[in-house]
Design a protein around this ligand. Structure first.
Ligand code: SF4
Length: 446
């Protein structure tokens, strides 16, 4: 947890020598708390104070990055328990599991299918994040072949699970230059696993059945120089998993309890039953799962999970928006009508989908309304006649069409007079209030 200006001041030399460029140590401490200066600006800070100040500037939940060819999954850096308190920064990654006991051709084919899955949700392309390879065979050669088979089907980041450090080594040797997550260090093998993670610059899952054991293990591993850790509290049930995740995250954020200051691995694949697996994954998205490993893939279930994740991990202070501009729908000619709407994603897609499904060509002017829906933007002064007229000119609408007619959303009929004044010579028409009525309106109007 970050220290306050007063707490930092107590660690400074308090000589007010001004060498840092500030008149007093207190002034420097306040700037340091606001992260507007570097600690190195004071040449007189003791080593002990430096260590304390460095620890306080660490994020309460460490950022863990998995990287592979062109892909990166980042989890951690969270500072609040609930999104409405500020925002969540990094959404959890969805990883699909294959086992080294499966036929390698079947592994590659399944991985290719899952890797290719992509769905567009309000203008955002959603996909899975990576794959996990599990060492069930207990044999390094089999594990290495399975890793190769996965790599033949995807370039996304990998998690390597299970087996001895020697078996995991066989897999890691196939992934040179990548940042991989390996699982797991336990109270029995943590020294060998730590050495392996350090050698391959991998992140390391720390696994224990009780939170007490977990809190004892992570400091020992950190002391050996392995800082990139992920916690697996091995939940025995829905309730147990939820309780452990919440306790760990609360202790990390509210109490600055460093042994739990890491992302959490969730393993819904262990549920066995596909429906329970999805239920567990849902719980993990909602409550602090960082890397979520599943086994049963279906477009229906991953779609629901991806959309859920998007909704929880979208910054509530930043509306999802599309780029303002003039969009062409159904290959419009210069005679096609011009409709106007706002750049709030859901509004844009509602209108664009209705125009598209009408089968009629049209131009859609998406005005920059700071990502708000029509009525909200109008009430906030972000979708008025002046702004619409400005975007008509900015996107050079006149040069694309052979008429001067524009259709306003019915909800803002009240600004049609003002828009006529802003766009002299244009005919301002008032369209329907609801997007669903656009096809009928266009058919009648054309
Ligand atoms: S250089 Fe250090 S000791 Fe001197 S005023 Fe700044 S903070 Fe205080």
């Amino acid at each position: 947890m970050a220290l306050s200006g007063i707490e930092i001041y107590k660690l400074l030399p308090k000589t007010n020598c001004k060498e840092c460029g500030f008149p007093t140590c207190m002034a420097f401490g306040l700037k340091l708390a606001a992260k507007q200066v570097e600690l190195s600006a004071c040449p007189y800070v003791s080593d002990e104070a430096k260590a304390q100040l460095a620890a306080s500037s660490e994020p309460p939940v460490r950022l863990i990055s998995l990287k592979s060819d062109g892909h990166k999954v980042e989890v951690g850096n969270e500072v609040v328990l609930f999104r409405h308190e500020k925002t969540f920064y990094n959404k959890p990654g969805f990883f699909y599991l294959v086992r080294d006991t499966e036929d390698t051709a079947a592994i590659t084919a399944r991985v290719k299918e899952i890797d290719a899955y992509s769905v567009n949700y309000v203008g955002i392309d959603l996909t899975v994040d990576g794959f996990a390879v599990k060492a069930d065979a207990g044999d390094g050669a089999a594990f290495a072949k399975a890793v190769e088979a996965v790599r033949a089907g995807t370039t996304r980041p990998l998690i390597l699970i299970g087996g001895s450090p020697e078996v995991l080594r066989s897999g890691l040797e196939k992934l040179a230059g990548e940042s991989v997550l390996i699982s797991a260090a336990t109270s029995d093998n943590w020294e060998a696993m730590t050495a392996l993670a350090k050698e391959f610059k991998a992140s390391l899952v720390v696994e224990a059945e009780s939170l007490e054991q977990l809190s004892e293990l992570t400091p020992k591993i950190k002391e050996k120089g392995q800082a990139d850790l992920v916690l697996n509290p091995v939940g025995q049930s829905f309730n147990d998993s939820l309780l452990k995740n919440v306790v760990m995250r609360k202790m990390a954020l509210a109490k600055n309890f460093r042994p739990f200051g890491f992302p959490i691995l969730s393993t819904p694949y262990q549920m066995g039953d596909p429906a329970l697996e999805v239920a567990m994954a849902t719980q993990a998205v909602a409550k602090y799962g960082g890397f979520i490993v599943m086994e049963n893939f279906s477009p229906e279930t991953i779609y629901a999970l991806l959309v859920l994740r998007e909704n929880i991990f979208t910054d509530p202070q930043k509306p999802i928006q599309v780029q303002a501009g003039l969009y062409e729908i159904n290959d419009p000619s210069p005679e096609a009508p011009v409709l106007v709407t706002t750049n709030f994603s859901i509004t844009y897609f509602s209108v664009a989908n209705e125009v598209e499904s009408s089968g009629l060509p049209g131009w859609l002017l998406v005005a920059d309304a700071e990502g708000m829906s029509v009525l909200t933007a109008w009430a906030a002064g972000n979708f008025d006649a002046e702004r619409i007229a400005k975007d008509v000119k900015r996107f050079d609408v006149e040069s694309k069409i052979s008429h001067k007619r524009i259709i306003l959303p019915g909800h803002v009929a009240v600004i049609s007079g003002e828009l006529e004044e802003e766009l002299p010579g244009w005919e301002i028409k008032v369209g329907p209030r609801e997007a669903v009525d656009i096809p009928a309106y266009l058919k009648q109007a054309l």
